[in-house]
Write a protein that binds this ligand. Structure first.
Ligand code: ATP
Ligand code: MG
Length: 407
């Protein structure tokens, strides 16, 4: 009997895992019943030692923003200036302290709540939680994992070393890293795209709407269903940009309500608003409005406001249009006819659940948006990583056969 393998989608906002066990793959659910583990760590304020991770850590961070860490994967392989820029740009409540290199491996640490935590030790905690939950489910040890990492990690020696060492410390003994795109394709090919579809289309346009960014890339399919990337990855705004735009809207609405254009929010208030804005964005995928209610947001004032779908659509408009533009450019760069029918657009990642985005892409690209991923869009990456771990799917062609080098 083969050993079980854990496929891990190492996302900026969420970690998702799929377990390959005895010939089948299934998604791992965490304590709250969700298939996503928020990539959050909050130090327990009671003893200032215990790390509360995942959804509980995210909840606790709203009252203790000075003690939480999140968006960790963003910092893997980051130079100090980029890290400082991210902290400023996303209004993060913690500091990225240092990048130092010893034994050819970069060490990253954060300074918050008068504690110093290394990036690897925090990633290790999240990965250990994933392994333990998966082992609890299948009732036997899991030694192997495949990490699906964003491009900036998967294509950097330091990045791979950082995440793989974290996984080894988390108790895995066999660890490999693949670029997220490779895992996504594997997930789509093994789960949702039927051999008929694969034979019928010559190209797949993969759009991964993540938190950090939206990545678009065109793959050419061969007659055996193997894919090779033929365009560079094009980047558009991701979910975090939308959250920031919503936060800006909320701040100006709050200032209008208070009749004070100079009313500032402290780091704690900004963090509560960040979490509420992500919630609003997710809820607005299925509801027509969202009720903000943040007691004592600033200067003793509550923020109460109903955000309508019409206003949300207006806020999202420029972002969605940029993503659509990136898709269009990628189609042209692959020498495809935008109105042609020999390609499918696969929309994956958490943002693929936004009807707004699906509608626009369908509208501008006609019938080519592939719906086979509905309900599976955000799990394709972890699912594919697990399949790759046991060689259950055809991987990308070896480099020398590729028509274009992976970037
Ligand atoms: N149902 C939903 N409706 C709208 N947006 C959603 C939904 N679920 C998740 N999102 C948002 O989609 C974005 C991408 O989520 P995803 O889980 O793919 O991110 P990630 O994998 O952590 O990020 P990255 O791939 O950039 O590292 C996030 O900003 C998330 O808030
Ligand atoms: Mg992702």
């Amino acid at each position: 009997m083969s050993d079980a393998v854990l496929g891990i989608d190492l996302g900026t906002s969420y970690i998702r895992c799929a377990i390959w066990d005895r010939g089948t793959v299934r998604m791992l659910t965490f304590g709250d019943g969700e298939t996503k583990l928020p990539a959050y760590i909050t130090i327990n304020p009671d003893d200032n030692k215990e790390c509360i991770i995942g959804a509980a850590g995210k909840d606790l961070s709203t009252s203790h923003p000075e003690s939480c860490l999140f968006q960790l994967i963003h910092f893997v392989g980051c130079a100090q200036e980029q890290a400082d820029e991210a902290v400023r740009g996303y209004h993060l409540p913690f500091q990225f302290e240092a990048v130092s290199t010893s034994n050819d491996v970069a060490r990253f640490s954060f300074n918050f709540s008068s504690q110093h935590l290394s990036l690897r030790s925090t990633l290790c905690r999240l990965l250990r939680e994933s392994r333990e939950q998966a082992e609890h489910l299948i009732r036997r040890p899991i030694q192997s994992c495949v990490l699906a990492a964003p491009l900036h990690v998967a294509h950097s020696r330091e990045g791979i070393a950082a995440v793989e060492e974290a996984a080894m410390r988390a108790g895995f003994t066999t660890v490999s890293t693949v670029p997220a795109f490779e895992a996504i394709l594997a997930g789509c090919l093994s789960q949702s795209l039927t051999p008929g579809v694969i034979k019928a289309v010559a190209h797949l346009v993969v759009v991964d709407f993540g938190a950090e960014s939206t990545r678009v890339r065109v793959f050419k399919m061969d007659s055996e269903g193997r894919a090779s990337g033929i365009t560079q990855v094009r980047l558009g705004p991701g979910g975090l940009s939308l959250d920031l735009a919503l936060m800006q809207y909320c701040v100006s609405t709050f200032q209008k309500q208070a009749s004070s254009s100079t009313m500032e929010l402290d780091a704690g208030a900004i963090h509560r608003l960040r979490i509420e804005c992500e919630e609003a964005k997710i809820k607005l995928s299925t509801a027509q409005s969202f009720q903000f209610h943040l007691p004592m947001l600033s200067h003793g004032r509550d923020f109460v406001h109903r955000l309508s779908m019409a206003v949300f659509t207006e806020i999202c408009g420029p972002f969605v249009q940029t993503i659509d533009k990136r898709i269009y450019e990628s189609i042209l760069a692959a020498d495809l006819r935008p109105d042609g029918d020999n390609f499918r657009i696969l929309l994956v990642g958490g943002g693929a659940r936004m009807p707004l985005l699906r509608q626009l892409i369908r509208w501008s690209n006609g019938h080519t948006l592939d719906n086979s991923l509905a309900g599976f869009a955000d799990t394709a990456c972890a699912y594919g990583a697990a399949c790759l771990g046991v060689g259950e799917v055809l991987r990308e062609k070896p480099k020398k056969e590729r028509s274009c080098v992976l970037c």
